[in-house]
Ligand binder design. Structure first.
Ligand code: C5P
Length: 352
């Protein structure tokens, strides 16, 4: 039996980078949001042993370094299952794109494997195995709007928010995430040095550098948390006011999509930013320009996703999103209009 699964991408609604930890990872605060763009994963289990990866994209590794390979190997052992697992990846999402493609593929492969074997891992084991393979995997075991803390692997489901139109630009630029983190560390270290030197000379620190140093990593993390708490608080207040709440999530239910009152838009309007923009935009100015095009085309919020290169905009209507995507494509930049996926939509569509 071949099990087909849709492997949906994510964007980051803000991403705060904190301190470099002793384990080599950075402390993070981010809000992940699943979206409609996806790859397709097909899994079958036959006679024999081992894992075989097949993929139409030559840039995708077929060996043990592939995230699907790694998660399936661990899951087979945890499930005490035998057989040869064949995983076919139909790649539509960019490789190294900031959309969590490889991480989503791995979680999709795990879900398909469980279905093929008619066996399920207990949810805590699933989360543990996913986190072992990569920081960005566990979010795909939750779906919808997800708070990510720790190194990004500690995930909490956020209230279900109505879907909203978005445009995702996927330029042909591969940004290495470890390199982007290293560039961030360098930026913070240089900013510290420059501020100390200016202070020694009796001068005032450069404003943008001072922002990095005078607000140390832990402060920025706390600020991210405060903004989110305030937003969640206002969600519950509006729920009490309107008296309308979804039975499952306990948060207000807006009728229709992309209305001005969409709580997702209220969240991004709180001023959450993606810290990676500070190091990725100077290196790839064309990505900053894509963000500007999205903003000029009416995006309510536009940002780099993860460490990029995918850059997205959220729009108040499908029409505005389609026009913005067409505008980017006219400039030769691949861009697609899609929508965010709520948690129920995400889980319904995975096995569609
Ligand atoms: O967990 P994942 O395999 O996606 O991480 C890839 C690399 O990105 C890590 O080896 C590390 O260099 C960097 N990283 C980090 N801090 C995080 C997540 C990833 O420094 N929170």
């Amino acid at each position: 039996m071949v099990v087909n699964v849709q492997s949906f991408a994510k964007i980051n609604l803000g991403l705060g980078i904190g301190v470099l930890r002793a384990d080599g990872f950075h402390e993070l605060r981010t809000v992940y949001q699943t979206i409609g763009l996806h790859d397709v994963i097909r899994v079958s289990v036959g006679r024999g042993s081992g894992v075989e990866i097949r993929c139409n994209d030559p840039r995708v590794p077929k060996d043990e370094s592939n995230t699907c390979y790694r998660i399936v190997e661990r899951a087979m052992a945890a499930l005490r299952a035998r057989g040869r697992v064949v995983i076919e990846i139909e790649k539509r999402l960019p490789v190294q794109g900031g959309l969590g493609g490889a991480s989503a593929n791995a979680v999709a492969a795990l879900l398909a494997l469980e279905r093929a074997l008619k066996k399920k891992l207990p949810p805590p084991d699933r989360l543990r195995i996913a986190a072992e393979v990569g920081s960005d995997l566990p979010l795909f075991l939750v779906g919808g709007t997800v708070l990510g803390v720790g190194r990004g692997e500690e995930v909490y489901p956020m209230p279900n928010l109505p879907a909203i139109d978005c445009v995702v630009a996927t330029p042909e630029i591969g940004v290495s995430t470890p390199k982007a983190f290293a560039d961030w560390d360098l930026l913070v270290a240089n900013a510290s040095e420059l501020c100390s030197a200016r202070a020694a000379e009796g001068g005032r620190p450069h404003v943008s550098f001072a922002k990095l140093t005078l607000h140390p990593a832990s402060d920025r993390m706390n600020e991210f948390g405060r903004v989110l708490s305030a937003w969640l608080g206002s969600l519950s207040r509006s729920r009490r006011k309107s008296g309308r709440a979804s039975a499952s999530s306990g948060v207000p239910v807006s009728k229709g999509r992309g209305r001005a009152g969409n709580p997702l838009l209220d969240l991004v309007r709180t001023g959450i930013e993606n810290d990676f923009e500070r190091v990725v935009f100077p290196k790839y100015p064309e990505l900053r320009e894509i963000k500007r095009v999205l903003q000029r085309a009416g995006a309510v919020y536009a940002s780099l996703s993860g460490s990029g290169s995918a850059t997205y905009g959220l729009f108040a209507s499908r029409d505005a999103a389609e026009k913005a995507a067409a505008r980017l494509r006219k400039d030769g930049i691949p861009a697609t209009a899609t929508t965010t996926l709520t948690r129920p939509q995400y889980w319904k569509k995975i096995f569609d």
